[in-house]
Design a protein around this ligand. Structure first.
Ligand code: F6R
Length: 597
């Protein structure tokens, strides 16, 4: 996720671009840059937050330009990898939000044709492709370039000698701001609200010509389309949250897109095996903290099932002080921020013990990426709410991909089984969307939870850790005491705590081999008069009959069920905290990155 902006009109472009980028900074802050026609193309870009660009920006007199604020997905944060990018002639400038999957092949081809590259980004290939096709018409050149590209994008390009901006989108947001004798394109309306509240939405596959006197939109076949203006009534802060009351809810609703981004290029990874080291290892150890540790726990089930390899788990804060038996597993460290002090210390310790290490993180260039041998990025985009939501889900996606790769490489997963697992994974954006479409029903069920002092979460098998995560999410943002248990453990102690005032949230997926056992555990709970809120397969009447309320999820194959179940649990935590009036995005005593041990 990055922020892009384009301006053409009568104002000083530099001022407009900087103001818009300030509003877009929540979409990424690894670097920022602008390109302005003055009348030759002047470019200025800087690693770091926007103020670093702003404080070093010379006066550039010009009325047309594009700007970018970056969340790194390909190429570390640096001045060279900052957008905008120029073609070889220095006459075309481009900004991009998205991921180009086939950039390596395109880059090689362009280099053979003599194009010179200055960055490690995927984006730079687009501007060189535009240069290759440019014959005096930027719109035509952009259309030809986009035909070569596999991946997702929202782009804006300018060429020296013209006051027009050409923009396009595929699976990344882009909106036109409509003014008088000036017009804009941006990643979202937040960027535009200081200048106009009149916007025109751009649909997937469309290209746009933006000039001071007007805007034209074209479909993927090149036919001009008519689009009505929409008047925006949000404040800038509301707009940053995309109209959602909190970042957490917005980030939950971004999960289908986040999973989709995490899955881009999966087949290459699995078949070419870049992400699994070519060294022998006969076991895996996963190390993490908090929610990331719960992802690790789910990962153990997935890796053992698909990779047929033994997995042990360690909390990062415990690992570094553990005795360290003489074993050399592949050590996987999971951290969404890549900056958690305990996890970084564990990464160093694992290497000191002679283990090969792999990091799973959402933040390119984070410290973890420098402390491990291999990195897998989750590509969830920036997460602003303190509670991990889309980053947790995409950690699970990364673990599925790694497990399929390991299973395939170890020849314990047949070609057919690999394809079956991949096709399950590919369903996940749609599965999550189906859960989100039912959010209003989830919201109704939390009335039961709001007055409770204690809430228990129970599950079995791969959904035991999912329920630990549900309990953590609820306690951290609602401040209700919540505990997760393996359902079979209740009878060994916790059952003593149950009564009619203690709701129990239970997951029982009909497709799972522990389903009957879960039903028996739920009956035990109901016998102690605890109200049961269950999560199960759509259409499961048996489960509904033993529950006060049942939330249905699509009936996916059991190993993949933590994905939809987690989304329900995140919504439960969110709506409960909202009804209790809590500070959801910034819960008390917690921080997004925990950089102390
Ligand atoms: C809970 C949460 C925390 C983090 C933990 C580790 O919602 O976000 O429990 O999971 O602090 O953080 P990372 O993954 O950044 O290492």
């Amino acid at each position: 996720m990055c922020g892009i902006i384009g301006y053409t009109g009568y104002r000083q472009a530099a001022e407009v671009l900087i103001e818009a980028l300030r509003r877009l900074e929540y979409r990424g802050y690894d670097s920022a840059g602008v390109a302005i026609l003055s009348p030759s193309l002047k470019i200025h870009k800087k690693k770091g937050e926007l103020h670093q660009l702003q404080s070093s920006l010379p006066h550039i007199d010009g009325r047309v330009g594009v700007g970018h604020t970056r969340w790194a997905t390909c190429g570390k944060p640096s001045n060279e990898n900052a957008h905008p990018f120029l073609d070889c002639s220095g006459k075309i400038a481009l900004v991009h939000n998205g991921i180009i999957e086939n950039y390596m092949a395109l880059k090689e081809g362009l280099q053979e044709e003599g194009h010179k590259f200055s960055s490690q980004t995927d984006t730079e290939v687009i501007v060189h492709l535009i240069e290759k096709f440019y014959q005096g018409d930027l719109h035509e050149a952009v259309k030809s370039a986009l035909k070569e590209i596999k991946g997702t994008y929202a782009i804006a390009a300018v060429v020296q000698g013209s006051d027009e901006i050409v923009a396009a989108r595929k699976e990344n947001p882009l909106v036109i701001g409509v003014g008088v004798n000036e017009n804009f394109v941006a990643s979202d309306v937040t960027a535009l609200l200081s200048y106009t509240n009149k916007v025109r939405h751009v649909m997937d596959g469309e290209t746009v010509l933006v000039r001071p006197e007007g805007v034209r939109v074209f479909d993927s076949e090149g036919r001009e389309v008519h689009r009505e203006d929409t008047i925006i009534t949000w404040s800038a802060e509301d707009a940053q949250k995309g109209g959602f009351p909190h970042f957490m809810l917005k980030e939950i609703f971004e999960e289908p897109q986040a999973i989709h981004n995490s899955l881009l290029g999966t087949l290459d990874i699995i078949e070419n095996g870049e992400i699994v080291p070519n060294v022998q290892f006969s076991s895996i150890k996963i190390i993490a903290c908090g929610s990331s540790y719960h992802a690790a726990m789910v990962g153990k089930y997935i890796l053992e099932e698909l990779g047929k390899i033994p997995v042990t788990l360690e909390l990062a804060s415990e690992y570094r002080y553990s005795p360290g038996a003489k074993e050399f597993p592949l050590v996987i460290l999971i951290s969404q921020s890549g900056e958690t002090a305990d996890t970084l210390a564990a990464a160093r310790e694992a290497r000191r013990r002679g283990c090969r290490t792999m990091g799973i993180t959402n933040v390119i260039g984070s410290t973890l990426t420098r402390e491990v041998d291999e990195v897998v990025y989750t590509r969830a985009g920036p997460e602003i709410g303190v509670a991990a939501t889309k980053t947790f889900l995409t950690q699970l996606i990364a673990l599925y991909i790694i497990s399929i790769r390991i299973g395939f490489a170890r020849r314990v997963l047949s070609h057919d089984a690999m394809w079956k697992a991949l096709s399950e994974l590919r369903k996940m954006p749609g599965v999550v969307q189906a859960v989100l479409d039912n959010a209003a029903e989830v919201e109704k069920t939390v009335e039961l939870l709001v007055p409770a002092r204690d809430i228990f979460f129970i599950g079995r098998n791969v959904n035991y850790p999912t329920m630990l995560e549900g309990a953590l999410k609820l306690k951290e943002i609602s401040y209700i005491h919540a505990e997760g248990f393996a359902a079979g453990e209740l009878k060994h102690g916790p059952l003593a705590l149950l009564d009619a005032t203690t709701p129990v949230i239970a997951v029982a997926m009909r497709t799972d081999h522990t389903y009957e056992k879960m039903l028996a555990n739920i009956s035990e709970v109901a016998a102690r008069e605890s109200p049961v809120l269950s999560i199960g397969c759509d259409g499961d009447r048996e489960l509904a009959a033993v529950s006060v309320n049942m939330i249905k999820v699509p009936c996916v194959s059991p190993l993949f069920s933590p994905i939809p179940v987690t989304v329900v649990l995140q919504l439960i935590a969110y709506y409960t905290a909202q009804k209790k009036g809590r500070s959801i995005d910034k819960p008390k005593n917690l921080a997004k990155s925990v950089t102390v041990e």
